[in-house]
Design a binder for this molecule. Structure first.
Ligand SMILES: [Cu+2]
Length: 151
């Protein structure tokens, strides 16, 4: 049934547009010789901010064996009190503080894969297909229904 397919696509498109994947910012605080929280799970595209409180530290990517893997390595000290990183790839990202890794100043950011979001050109094609199939009436009806549902 053509009309059911069109409605399904329109609903999916409206739903995705009403609830865009909002990137969040998470804070990891340096507390003594620990990162708090030491393990953090985030979504793809989220930002992690490391906040310094005292001493001289680093945020250095690499496993708890304290060998840098070269992904990132930034100071966390009075002159660099906030370090911010965006994680665009899914996976586990262990890190440590270079001076204090040996006494367990380590952490891990786990990045969950986000849902596949259509690209701008894909949205354009969906819109064009809907206009072609419906002459625009279905989109207007759906938009009106959505506004009523939100009110
Ligand atoms: Cu440290």
């Amino acid at each position: 049934m053509m009309s059911k397919t069109v409605i399904a696509i329109a609903l999916a498109a409206a739903g995705a547009m009403a609830n865009p994947a909002l990137a969040a910012t998470h804070v990891v605080t340096q507390s003594g010789f620990t990162f708090s929280p030491s393990t953090l799970t985030i979504d793809q595209g989220d930002t992690v901010e490391w906040h310094w409180t005292a001493g001289s530290h680093t945020v250095t990517s690499g496993p708890a064996s304290c060998v840098p893997d070269g992904l990132f390595d930034v100071p966390l000290n009075s002159a660099n009190a906030v370090q911010s990183m965006v994680f665009n790839s899914a996976g586990a990202f262990p890190y440590f503080c270079q001076p204090h890794c040996g006494i367990g100043m380590t952490g891990t950011i786990t990045v969950n894969a986000g849902p596949a979001v259509p690209t701008v050109s894909e949205w354009g094609m969906i819109g064009l297909a809907l206009l072609t199939l419906t002459g625009g009436t279905l989109i207007i009806r759906k938009a009106t229904a959505q506004r009523r549902a939100l009110a």
